[in-house]
Design a protein around this ligand. Sequence first.
Ligand code: ZN
Length: 143
Amino acid sequence: MMSTDDDQTGKNTKRLDHIAIAVHSIAESLPFYESLGLKRLEIEIVEEQGVKVAKLDIGNTHIELLEPLSPDTPVGKFLAQKGPGLHHICIGVADIEADLAKLKSSGTKLINETAKIGAGGAKIAFVHPKATGGVLLELSQPT
Ligand code: ZN
């Protein structure tokens, strides 16, 4: 039997899109990751999320370094409360609206009930850590 998580071929379409790490300064944090041999793909300002994002290529997924644009942004508040560290993991999905509808109908605690625009123009939404075992979880549908 095929579930709604499967595409036409029966393959699971979900994948690890990226792991995001909150840092005070991309300029200070990037050299370490580049010294590991990870290739920097781009540095992008995402105004809607209040962050500067440095994307690093690692196999079939990415590591993102997140630097807040100001202290009153979500990542700025995270740094003030917890300091630098793992901020969220992101699962790539094929149909974010369908996944959000399913999560809402099951009563899952969401941070974003509707999709927003994230890095690279992807449609994104965050699921509350209370629902995921304590990790902030992003869903992302690439454009
Ligand atoms: Zn992300």
